[in-house]
Design a protein around this ligand. Sequence first.
Ligand code: NAG
Ligand code: NAG
Ligand code: NAG
Ligand code: NAG
Ligand code: NAG
Length: 411
Amino acid sequence: MLLKTVLLLALVAQVLVLENGLLRKPPMGWLAWERFRCNTDCNEDPKNCISERLFMEMADRLAQDGWRELGYEYLNIDDCWIGGRDAKGNLVPDPKRFPNGMAFLADYAHSLGLKLGIYADMGNFTCMGYPGTTLDKVVQDAQTFAKWKVDMLKLDGCFSTPEERAEGYPKMAAALNATGRPIAFSCSWPAYEGGLPPKVNYTLLVDICNLWRNYDDIQDSWSSVLSILDWFVTHQDILQPVAGPGHWNDPDMLLIGNFGLSFEQARAQMALWTVLAAPLFMSTDLRTISAQNMDILQNPLMIKINQDPLGIQGRRILKEKSYIEVYMRPLASEASAIVFFSRRTDMPYPYRTSLARLNFTSSKVYEAQNVYTGDIISGLRDKTNFTLIINPSGVVMWYLYPIRKLGTPQQ
Ligand SMILES: *[C@@H]1O[C@H](CO)[C@@H](O)[C@H](O)[C@H]1NC(C)=O
Ligand SMILES: *[C@@H]1O[C@H](CO)[C@@H](O)[C@H](O)[C@H]1NC(C)=O
Ligand SMILES: *[C@@H]1O[C@H](CO)[C@@H](O)[C@H](O)[C@H]1NC(C)=O
Ligand SMILES: *[C@@H]1O[C@H](CO)[C@@H](O)[C@H](O)[C@H]1NC(C)=O
Ligand SMILES: *[C@@H]1O[C@H](CO)[C@@H](O)[C@H](O)[C@H]1NC(C)=O
């Protein structure tokens, strides 16, 4: 009976699982799209157009300004890099904007200890109208990316049918695997099917993709952040259990450093994305980012929480009538990340609560570190009442851990 089970499991694993061992922690890096879009006008705007120069300058910043050491290692290209296909049908980059080719850019990233991500689209065209990867081109394009030494592929889904996507995404996963090169696979597939079962099969996605976009593209505004957060929270019973080491939900890029978020909102997006175990892809101009925004993105305790080895996605656990919400993510070593988030629009709000109200029932004594201020709050028992001041559209974020058990000998 045991032998039978083992054999069956081995068979199932062989058929279904293309586990590539990558992204055991949410990926971190920089992705061009939200900030630089499809700006291809290198004559008028040479510093900001989608080009080799832009990616090399961002690579330099990632390597020189402390990002890489903190884990921001991916340098990811999005749409609008493709020039066409050569006589053999191989994808080639735009020759004016990427004069040295993609293998050169990958080498440059690798020489700085970074990884290069690229973009393609499962369909007739990319979303911006560049050549797509139709079903007959999937294997060839995977081989091209591997030849260039690319480390991640984001496969978008514009200009395809649901049937083509259902065939194409698993086919690309297999084709990437067959190249023998470890290439992390980011699938936009679920976002094109509404993000929910039964149209989306998360069991299958876990097997073939390392991360996936579930919902709308993020835009540079607080209302966009809230609409994404609301959708993730509404469907957290479905989404939370499918995330884990090697397979992540992706609520899309961080806006921090751009134009649409206030200081409090930037801190809130960082805290909420971290507690959701989201990929941390910045999409901002790292050449001009302010020290204040760098502090948000480079907070070491924040990153430690995002990269927690258990890889458990957090949940919203409480929604108060006062428009305060509480999110919690369980972490290694019995620690937790707690985000107290205010949706109020009046003034800083004194939120009075206790760990018991968050369903902590143990007799342990806890200590909390405020992730943004570094303040330590000691001697918290489950019934201890405490008051936090939470700014409008802001957060207070805690890293909470037990100190010792009451009434039991120290171990
Ligand atoms: C893709 O192109 C083919 C061939 O031109 C066409 O028949 C098909 O309808 C197109 N598919 C989509 C989803 O646009
Ligand atoms: C391909 O899949 C097999 C089976 O899951 C795995 O052991 C191997 O590491 C994968 N190789 C690559 C390059 O992803
Ligand atoms: C979802 O995909 C898994 C893995 O491929 C498969 O075993 C299962 O039958 C699928 N579920 C549905 C409802 O199609
Ligand atoms: C605490 O537990 C109760 C009973 O299981 C449950 O109804 C409530 O939603 C939980 N509250 C939180 C904040 O988890
Ligand atoms: C905490 O506050 C609650 C409700 O306001 C109160 O009933 C309780 O006695 C307080 N607990 C302590 C330990 O002060």
